[in-house]
Design a protein around this ligand. Sequence first.
Ligand SMILES: Cc1ncc(COP(=O)(O)O)c(C=O)c1O
Length: 478
Amino acid sequence: MKENQYKQALQSALRLALDFLDRLDEDPVDVSLSYEELKSLWQWELPTEGMKPEAVVEEVNLSARPGLKLNQSGRFFSWVIGGSHPSAVAVDWLTAVWDQNAGLYAGTPSSSIVEEIAGSWLKQLLHLPEKASFAFVTGCQMANFVCINVARNHLFRQVGWDFETHGFYGAPKMRVICGDAKHNTITRALRMLGFGSEAVVNIPTDEKGTISVDALRQEFVRDSTSPTMVLLQAGEIHTGAFDDFKSIIPIAHQHNAWVHIDGAFGLWANANPKYAHYLEGAEDADSWATDGHKWLNVPYDSGFAFTAHPSSHFQAMTNNADYLSYNEQARDQYNWNPELSRRARGFTTYATIKELGVRGIADLVDRCCVHASAIVEGIGALPNALILSHPIINQGLLRFVHPNTPEDELSNDIFTLAVIEAINKTGEALFQPSTFKGRKCMRVSVSGWRTSDDDVHRTIAAARLAIEKVGRQVNEKN
Ligand SMILES: Cc1ncc(COP(=O)(O)O)c(C=O)c1O
C-alpha cells in the first residue's frame, strides 16, 4: 500500500486539538496579546521552499493559538457564538478529508442525501411547514440573502413583473418594511439585492426592540398597494425579544406582502415547548432564516434558509449549465443555494442532531436560557450593577453605574465600558459591550453547550472583583 501522506499531519492535528480542548477550563477566554504582538507570531514572507505537512500543522498551531478567543469555553458570552459538539467536530474533519464538492447530487450523492435528511429534521425541530424548501448556506447573513432574493422575485411575479428576465430596470417600486432594530445583516442583504435605503420603511420598536404593530398597520394604510416584504425578527440581538408574529403576519398577508423572519438564534426557541410560545404564528411566515453555528452548536459555516414557496425558491436560485448534470429525483443543492462549489455542510448538522436528539436540543435551549438568567441576575445583584433587560431567552443586558455620579449617564457609560474591560482582562469570562437605545451596556449571550453552573459562578465572581477594582480606581483618581 502507498504510504499515507496525511497520517502524520492528522495525528499532529489530533494531538494539538485535544490539547486545546483539554485546557478550555484553565486558559483565558480572551486574547491578551496586541495586534502587533500577534502579527509577529506569523511568517509573513512568501515561502520559497515547502515543508513537511506535519511541520506546517505544528507551526500554524503555534502562530494561531495566542490569537484565538475561546468560543468553545463555557464562559464565552460575547456575541451569539456557540461551541461545537464533539460528533460535529469529528464529522467536520471527515468532511474535510472527503473533500466533496457539494454543489450537486452528481458531484457527491451522500452530501446531497444528508442535506435532504437534515433539512427535513430542521423543519420538524423548528416547527416549519413540512413542504418548505430549504438551503444550507454559510450563515444567517446568507440565509437572509437567499430568502429576501426569493421574496423579491416572488412579489414582482405577483404584480406581473418577471424579475428573472427584466431585473430592476422599469420595475414597479417595491417596499421593504422592517423594525428599526433589525440586524445589520438584513441591511446588507437588502443592499446586495438592489434595495437602497429609500426602499426601506423603518418601523419604530419598543424598549425590547420589537416592532410596533400599530405603526405597521398605519404604514399599510398609508400605502396599501405597493408590492411589499415585511422583515421580522425572532430574537433581537440585545434582548432576545420576538416580534408579534400572530398579529403582524395576518395584517401583512391581507396586503399580499411576503413575511420573512430573521431567527438567527431565536427560531431555536421552537425546539423547546417551554419557549415555543414566543414564536406563535411564526409558522405562517413566507420565509425563515436561522443558524446552525449559533445555538445548535454546529461548526462554522452553517446557516439555513427556508421558504414556504418552493417553486419561487427554485426559480430564483436555479443555475443550471450544460456541463452540470441535473438530477430529476435527488436534490441538486445549486438549485437552492447561492453557491455552486461548496462545502458539504449537511454532515455536521446531521451529526449534531443525531448526537443530541430532540430531547438534547430542547435541553440545550433550556440550559442556555437558565444560565443567561442566572448570570444577569447574579451580576445584576452586585453593587453598582443594573439589569437593563432580563433574558427572555438566552440574551440579557447589564449596565454598571458610576459609584460617585450615578445620575450622570455619560459617566455610567464610561464606567460600564471600564467594568466590561476589567472582567474580560481577568480571562475568566468574555462579554461584549454594545449600545442599546442610546446607553452603553454589557451583552450577556449564552449559546454554548458547555456552559455549566460552575461557569456561571466563576463568571459572577469575576464580575464582582472587576466592579470592585474599577470602583477603587475611580475613587483613587478623585
Ligand atoms: C438576528 C441575527 N440575524 C442575523 C445574524 C447574522 O448571522 P451570521 O453571523 O451567521 O451570518 C445574526 C448574527 O449574530 C443575528 O443575531
